[in-house]
Design a protein around this ligand. Structure first.
Ligand SMILES: C[S@@+](CC[C@H](N)C(=O)[O-])C[C@H]1O[C@@H](n2cnc3c(N)ncnc32)[C@H](O)[C@@H]1O
Length: 174
């Protein structure tokens, strides 16, 4: 028998217009995401396709100045807001319920993406046009084709090995 949470998870995994289904980043990877991005209180942290908000919530716990949760699926963005409310973090997070191709990324100092190689490739011109030099971009499992990672870290999970890529705008795209 499936639980209510499991059924809701499946229902919300697919949303018309989403380029990638919702597959949350495992909690065990969040330490490494923060460490790799060298997150600090000066940062403005974006998660493109933020799902239930777990990555931006973690960035807030690390003390970032602001986090931005961009998510096309309204059910997920509501869940992200509830999760932020539960830890009193609503004032630290901007919730943007829109296609990440339409979001303005110019103020980001860290961008996180758990998407697909094809979507990273489609986003690349936007990242090159809008991100400031020095912005760190961390992707999980899927590379940004044509960019050179400055660091790649593997993390063993119970069923697989995850791979995190760190890129730096102005270095990786040259
Ligand atoms: C693999 S999940 C990652 C979720 C979250 N970043 C995490 O790591 O837990 C990808 C997310 O991107 C969202 N998404 C897909 N296409 C999108 C788009 N064009 N604009 C905004 N969000 C999108 C999906 O709804 C889903 O929540």
């Amino acid at each position: 028998m499936w639980s209510f949470e499991e059924v809701m998870g499946l229902v919300s995994a697919y949303y018309e217009g989403a380029r990638v289904p919702w597959v949350p980043t495992r909690e065990e990877l969040l330490d490494m995401v923060m460490r790799l991005a060298n997150v600090s209180p000066n940062d403005i942290f974006y998660d493109l396709g933020c799902g239930d908000g777990r990555v931006v919530l973690r960035a807030v716990k690390e003390g970032v100045k602001k986090a931005v949760c961009v998510e096309i699926n309204p059910t997920l963005i509501e869940r992200a807001k509830e999760n932020a409310k539960a830890i009193n973090a609503l004032d630290k997070i901007e919730f943007v319920n829109e296609d990440f191709f339409k979001a303005n990324l110019s103020e980001a100092s860290v961008v996180y993406m758990y998407l697909l190689t094809s979507v990273n490739k489609a986003l690349r011109p936007k990242l090159e046009a809008e991100l400031k030099d020095g912005t760190r971009v961390v992707t999980l499992d899927f590379e940004i084709p044509g960019w050179r990672p400055v660091q790649v870290v593997e993390v063993a999970l119970p069923m697989r090995t995850a791979r995190l890529y760190l890129y730096v705008k102005g270095v990786s795209d040259k």
